[in-house]
Each structure stands twice: as structure tokens, then as C-alpha cells.
Design a protein around this ligand. Structure first.
Ligand code: GDP
Ligand code: MG
Length: 596
């Protein structure tokens, strides 16, 4: 393939601005899919993506296109997700591209992720084509959105394209602009092979399918390659390109995007961001790869059925393959036995991982309260990072620190006051402001990460009637007064409910937790005392009164079959209960306290 006819690009945008729909039109126009056999958001092929209507995984597809100049072009399109938790997916995709189409919803205008993704593209030195989508809607104010793009991102009027992904208006014009503005891939075909692993999938029949972008040289089918970081050597069984399915080719040349299969059974052998080269004629140095992202939020994941531990580990190994930002390591809990401490980029990421594990691997899971990574300096000078309450030292703490983020919000001008009040209640402080046109404003705050991981985005959405959007980025560790809040049930700590929290908020949290647990724990044969404690201090307590009598005493007389039935029902009910010490706690309790 002559690489001057290749263009590799991504579509980036804030969530719901129309990326996946635009990709659909591109697939149709280039004949990769037939309009009659297609459905909306073709590239969102995961069940979960279709149900939630969001893109979680980036997808790759190859589009053949005949330009106005009569030449045959190959576009490699990488669709990307828009939610802040999946920025990692976006950045992986961008490293395999030379350009990006930045889609802006004509009605919504620029939102937080528009700005964040734009900067991400700039960091990757991509050529960016700004595009206003949804121009078919007659309620939209196109000049207003155009002015925002001009004033916030610095584009000229004539550089901005207009389209309706839904109606298929302006799609050819986008392709022509891609040919004109986005450079053909660099690289030298005569050089030794150098290719970037930017993603992979697990196929139950064929093993690991590895996605690569060839930077220099070429990959021949049947050749032997080495992965430069892992040092592993493979003989390639098949190489190919993406036409919505895997499609075999004989050679992938520099500039091209494709996949290889090499009988790799263990997903853990692959490092996303690794460089592959030819074993006989290796390149001098590997590509820089990806910086590994540090998870921001941690929680414990345990199988409801302890016998599922091995299955859970296998499921996590496979899932990690298509989601490198997910981390896990084994841990033990007094309440739940063997499980894993898992790291995520955010709460949506956590939810998605849980749902995928339960659905795709048929597991039933319990999650513990999520927490951020705190930092503690001990009196002897040792500094430790704390990703679970269990690691929090009981004494000899000299100083403690918590992670702060820079929070960017774009909101309607009339909701400034409400948003500022709310952010303040979450210990946030104002940093800067900038007006975007007349009706939108960009506010930047510094705020503890722990304050925004639960129920923050939803609150911003409701305070701004749905128009507010946000993005955040880790800033720094800031000194705080950290305590460990435990829940004791009849005098025994139930470690699943332990949380780390700043002192200022501990009373409120202690009372809320105890009250909620009183509602959730069913009455049992004996009295249950629920106490929230910090060290030896009791901050709040409640009691669950014992059940008056055995349930069967309600059946007067001695009808034994009726009694049996009641006992049976009682037993069934117990299955959904988790035994912690002598006390039975319904599984919902663990989920409900997450929401506090
Ligand atoms: P993504 O999150 O950026 O991938 O956005 P989607 O492609 O999933 O689109 C979000 C919503 O906007 C869907 O309901 C689409 O039908 C709708 N949409 C996308 N493009 C257009 C357009 O050009 N016009 C109109 N009216 N709606 C559109
Ligand atoms: Mg999408």
C-alpha cells in the first residue's frame, strides 16, 4: 500500500455529540456496510454499549474511499469513547493516528470533554478538523457554536465544517478535508519493522488478537517477531485488517493499522504500548509506548460464592486485556474471604467493569466501598500509599495527604452561584473563570478527588438543568486530617464497611452509615448493636431489635407441612444474606452504603 494514500484518524468529542453516528455514515458511504443491513452506532458492538447508548471501547475500522482527485485512499478510523473515565482509551487511539475530527454538537456547543479531548489531540501533535454536527436540528444556533470554536479553540471560520451525521449531510466534505489536512503517515518502508501495539482482544477460538500500527518497515504473514519490552518471541499465524470483521492480508506495510494472531493463549503476555520488531532484523529502539495510568479509585471485589475465586481471577485477566487501565491484586477480607483489590479510573469505569465481569463471565460479585489512594507519612519518616482502609496504620502517623484534582466545568451562566455553592460544600476552592460567548462559562476548581467520585456529576447535571459538563485531572497530594471510620456489629469490626475519610466529615458520615445499616439489616434472633467508631471512640450507634418469636410460632396449631414451607422460605431468603460473624447482612446493604 502506498502510504501517501493512507490517513489514520480518530473521531473525538464530548459524549453524545454524535461520534458513533458519524462513524455509521462513514461506514455506509464507503460501502463497508450496507444501509439495509445496518443498525445505529455499528461500532458499539458490546451489549453494554448498546444498552447504555455509550461507547466504552474504542473500535477500529478500515474505509476505502475514492477521492475527488480520483485516487483510491484508505482511511483507518478509530472510534473513541467520550466519558472522562475512558480518556485512556482516547489517548491510546490517538497515538495510532495522525489526525482527529473534533465533533461539536451544534445545540450543546463546546463542553468539558470537547476541550479536554482537543488538548489531548494537541499533545499527540495531531491535525484536528473541527466539525459542527446536528445542523439538521432547526432549534440550533450554528453561528453561536461557531463563535465558541473560534474563540475557545482558535480556529478560523472557514476551517470549521458543518454536518448532520444523522441525515448524512456533509460526510464527503469531511473525507476531502481529511485528505487535505491530515498528513499521510510518516515512516520508511525500507527500515526494520517497528510497530506499536495499541489494543487487543481475546477471541475464545483464536486466542489473543493484537492490534498494531506499523510505524516503520512491514509485517509479513508467517514471519517471526519479538515484543521489545516483554522480550517474547512469536511466529505470526495470521495478519489482517479490520472490515468490521477480521480480514486476512499477506502484508501490513508502514502507516497501516491491522492485527495479528500468534497462538497467544495467555492475555497477560501482552503489554499495550509495547513495540514489535523483526527477530532477524530488529529496529534499534522501541517506541515510547504509553505512560501507565495510575488508577484513581479502588475497591474490593469478591465473589458471592467463594468457590468462584479462580473463575474471577481468569475473568479479570481476560478483561484486563481489553482494558489496560483496570488493575487488580489478590486480597483477603475478614468479611468476604478471598477476593481482589481493584483499581479504576473512576466510578463509571468501576461500574462498567463490574457489569462486564458479571455478564460476560457469569459471576455474582460484591463490591466494597470505593476509596481514593491516600498517602501517609509515618513518624519514622516512611511514606506509604494507602489504597485500602486495611493498610491504614493505627498509630504513629505524622502527616496524611489526599489527592486533589483540577476540576473543569462548563455551565450556563445562570447556574454559577448554585454550582459554586455545591462545590464549596464538597471542600472545593475556586481557581479561575472564563466566559465562552455570552451564555456559557468555564469554571476551574481545586477539589479533593474523594469528593467527586460519588454522586458528583449527577448533582452538577441537575443543578444546571442538564447543560453542565465536567472534566478533571489529578493535580497533587495535599495535607489533610485523615481518619479510619469502622463499623462494629456487636463489637466486631466488619471490614467491608471501613472507610478512610477526612476528619471534618467523619461525624456526618458516621451517623448516615449507622442509620442506613439499621434500615438494611433485618431483625435477627438476638439484638444487633451497630456502632461507628474511630479508634476507640464511638461516634454513632443504633440497635436492631431482636425478632420477637420464631416465625413458625405464627402458625397456630401444628400443621407440619405449613411449618416446613415457612422454614424452606426462610432458608431461601438466607442465600441472599452474607454471614459476617454471627450476623447476616443482605447483599443490598453493601451496595446501598456505596451510594451514601
Ligand atoms: P457519541 O456519544 O458521540 O458516540 O454520540 P452518538 O453517535 O451515540 O449520538 C448521540 C445521539 O445524538 C443519538 O441519539 C444520535 O441519534 C443523535 N445524533 C447524532 N448525530 C446527529 C445529527 O446529526 N442530528 C441529530 N438530530 N441527531 C444526531
Ligand atoms: Mg459513541
Amino acid at each position: 500500500m502506498d502510504k501517501s494514500h493512507i490517513r489514520n484518524f480518530s473521531i473525538i468529542a464530548h459524549i453524545d455529540h454524535g461520534k458513533s453516528t458519524l462513524a455509521d455514515r462513514m461506514l455506509e458511504i464507503t460501502g463497508v456496510i450496507d444501509k439495509r443491513n445496518s443498525h445505529d452506532q455499528m461500532l458499539d458492538d458490546m451489549d453494554l454499549e448498546r444498552e447504555r447508548g455509550i461507547t466504552i471501547k474504542a473500535s477500529t475500522v478500515r474505509l476505502p474511499y475514492t477521492g475527488k482527485d480520483g485516487k483510491e485512499y484508505i482511511f483507518n478510523l478509530i472510534d473513541t469513547p467520550g466519558h472522562v473515565d475512558f480518556t485512556y482509551e482516547v489517548s491510546k487511539s490517538l497515538a495510532a493516528c495522525e489526525g482527529a475530527i473534533l465533533v461539536v454538537d451544534a445545540g450543546q456547543g463546546i463542553e468539558a470533554q470537547t476541550v479536554a479531548n482537543y488538548y489531548l489531540a494537541m499533545e499527540n501533535n495531531l491535525a484536528v478538523i473541527p466539525l459542527i454536527n446536528k445542523i439538521d436540528l432547526n432549534t440550533v444556533d450554528i453561528p453561536r457554536t461557531k463563535n465558541q470554536i473560534i474563540s475557545v479553540l482558535g480556529y478560523k471560520d472557514e476551517e470549521i465544517l458543518l454536518a448532520s451525521a444523522k441525515e448524512g449531510i456533509g460526510i464527503k466534505e469531511i473525507f476531502e478535508e481529511v485528505i487535505r489536512v491530515i498528513p499521510a503517515p510518516p515512516g520508511v518502508i525500507g527500515n526494520p519493522l517497528k510497530a506499536l501495539i495499541f489494543d487487543c482482544r481475546f477471541d475464545p477460538y483464536r486466542g489473543v488478537v493484537v492490534f498494531v500500527r506499523v510505524v516503520d518497515g512491514k509485517i509479513d504473514s508467517g514471519s517471526q517477531i519479538i515484543m521489545m519490552h516483554s522480550g517474547k518471541i512469536y511466529k505470526l499465524e495470521e495478519i489482517g485488517v479490520f472490515n468490521l470483521k477480521y480480514s486476512k492480508v499477506d502484508v501490513l506495510t508502514c502507516g497501516e493499522v491491522g492485527y495479528f494472531i500468534a497462538n497467544i493463549r495467555d492475555p497477560r503476555e501482552i503489554i499495550i504500548g509495547d513495540t514489535i520488531t523483526d527477530i532477524k532484523n530488529p529496529c534499534a529502539a522501541p517506541l515510547p509506548g504509553y505512560r501507565t495510568l495510575k488508577p484513581l479509585v479502588f475497591c474490593g471485589i469478591y465473589p458471592v460464592n467463594p468457590g468462584d475465586f479462580t473463575n474471577l481471577r481468569e475473568a479479570m485477566d481476560k478483561l484486563k486485556l481489553s482494558d489496560a487501565s483496570f488493575q487488580f491484586e489478590p486480597e483477603n477480607s475478614q468479611s468476604f474471604g478471598s477476593g481482589f483489590r481493584c483499581g479504576f479510573l473512576g466510578l463509571l469505569h468501576m461500574e462498567i467493569v463490574q457489569e462486564r465481569l458479571e455478564r460476560e463471565y457469569d459471576l455474582n460479585l460484591i463490591l466494597t466501598v470505593p476509596n481514593v489512594v491516600y498517602r501517609v507519612k509515618k513518624k519514622d519518616g516512611e511514606v506509604i500509599d494507602i489504597d485500602t482502609p486495611a493498610k491504614f496504620p493505627a498509630s504513629d502517623i505524622a502527616e496524611s495527604f489526599e489527592p486533589y484534582v483540577s476540576l473543569l466545568t462548563i455551565i450556563p451562566v445562570e447556574s454559577i452561584e448554585a454550582v459554586c455553592e455545591f462545590v464549596k460544600s464538597r471542600r472545593g476552592t475556586f481557581h479561575s473563570t472564563e466566559y465562552l460567548g455570552i451564555d456559557r462559562v468555564k469554571l476551574v476548581f481545586n477539589i479533593p478527588l474523594s469528593e467527586i467520585i460519588v454522586d458528583f456529576y449527577d448533582r452538577i447535571k441537575s443543578l444546571t438543568k442538564g447543560y453542565g459538563s465536567l472534566d478533571y485531572e489529578f493535580k497533587d497530594y495535599v495535607q489533610t486530617q485523615l481518619v479510619k471510620l469502622d463499623i462494629m456489629l456487636n463489637g466486631v469490626v466488619c471490614d467491608a464497611f471501613s472507610t478512610l475519610i477526612c476528619k471534618e466529615k467523619v461525624y456526618h458520615k458516621a451517623h448516615a452509615l449507622v442509620k442506613k445499616l439499621k434500615e438494611l439489616i433485618p431483625r435477627q434472633l438476638y439484638e444487633i448493636s451497630i456502632q461507628a467508631t474511630v479508634g476507640s471512640q464511638i461516634l454513632a450507634s443504633e440497635k436492631v431489635r431482636p425478632m420477637g418469636k420464631n416465625v413458625t410460632s405464627r402458625c397456630s396449631g401444628g400443621d407440619i407441612t405449613r411449618k416446613r414451607k415457612l422454614w424452606e422460605n426462610q432458608k431461601k431468603g438466607r442465600k441472599r444474606l452474607k454471614q459476617v460473624g454471627k450476623i447476616e447482612i443482605p447483599q443490598e446493604a453493601f451496595l446501598e452504603v456505596l451510594k451514601l
